[in-house]
Design a protein around this ligand. Sequence first.
Ligand SMILES: Cc1cc2nc3c(=O)[nH]c(=O)nc-3n(C[C@H](O)[C@H](O)[C@H](O)COP(=O)(O)OP(=O)(O)OC[C@H]3O[C@@H](n4cnc5c(N)ncnc54)[C@H](O)[C@@H]3O)c2cc1C
Length: 353
Amino acid sequence: MYDIVIVGAGPAGSNLARLIGGRYKVLLIDKRDMENENPQNHFHKCCGGLLSPDAQKMIAKLGLGIPKDLLVNPQLFAVRTIDLTNQLERLYQRFYYNMDREKFDRWLVSFIPDNVDKKFNAIFKGFTEIPEGYEIRYKDKGQEITAKTRVIVGADGAISKIRRTISKDINMPETYIAIQEWYECSNPIPYYTAIFDEEISDFYSWVIPKDNYILLGAALRPRENTREKYEILKTKLTELGFDFKDKIKTEGAFIYRPKKVSQFYVGRDKIALIGEAAGAISPSSAEGISYALKSSAYLAESLEEGIEGFLGRYEHKVKKIKLNILLKNLKSPAMFHPFLRQLAMKSGLQSIK
Ligand SMILES: Cc1cc2nc3c(=O)[nH]c(=O)nc-3n(C[C@H](O)[C@H](O)[C@H](O)COP(=O)(O)OP(=O)(O)OC[C@H]3O[C@@H](n4cnc5c(N)ncnc54)[C@H](O)[C@@H]3O)c2cc1C
């Protein structure tokens, strides 16, 4: 019998396991191999791997510091913003750590206390209610295993199985499909590029340099000719001088975009959601690492007083994240409305000459 089963060992789940592992009997499940570099494991976190100033602040608050071997070249101090709709371009000062995302996740996992039971390369299948709490099912090395627990935490990211089970698809954040391709690159680009083009997406696309590669990613509306739009984007950027010849790999993932505060969902009964599963992610930049760390820290604080009433305490604490999401949505038109974006970019305000 576990006190808490955490599904997902991304930044949200592993940070929670790190913070509550000393106090509770915890089982942490992830389908990825979170302890070894494992090219055989085809579950891989598709991510830009940029650590934003908000995420840096959370790392500081948690009393951690990023080791240099998590970083990749170059560190990024500017975002080149290309508005293809309005044919405008600006360079803005920004501060990002450029990281190897898989290494970052394994680094967070390395802090989890030894008494936490970790099941990696294991797939969570579902749960049923029992008088003491829940019986969960997961698949490990081809075998279906069950475990009992008082609390379940869904830290299983966008398209969370746990969220879909308990919320019956009500108030789901808007969901985008991200396609990201890696290309070899001999001329490193010294900035992160954000591309806005309403023909491609009402969200945005990006180019990120990573050591000897560049990543071309786009967040696209599902079922709206995603592959075709991605190819159009590639053609347009090639015309601007980007080189997308030597492809190494293609990856994809869903991204939540919470456009309403009501789409942030903490869970129900003794089931809590944290990180992107809860809808904790920036609706304007899709930056999710800081939100994953923050929501998991709030849940850990809520569990300090015990399991009884923890969800109410958590719901109270996440009001700050909800307010942040509200403010980001209020600011969004300046980025995502073509006319307002044109005004902002033409003004040159805060841009680097
Ligand atoms: C293309 C792309 C680029 C992004 N770039 C950035 C960026 O540069 N910077 C940034 O801050 N954010 C970025 N994000 C967002 C960020 O990756 C997420 O918001 C963040 O990882 C959320 O953390 P999490 O712990 O909540 O979930 P995740 O990191 O998604 O972790 C969920 C975990 O649950 C596991 N899991 C899911 N289902 C199951 C199951 N059934 N059984 C077992 N395990 C399961 C997964 O394997 C995974 O390890 C990007 C997202 C995408 C899609």
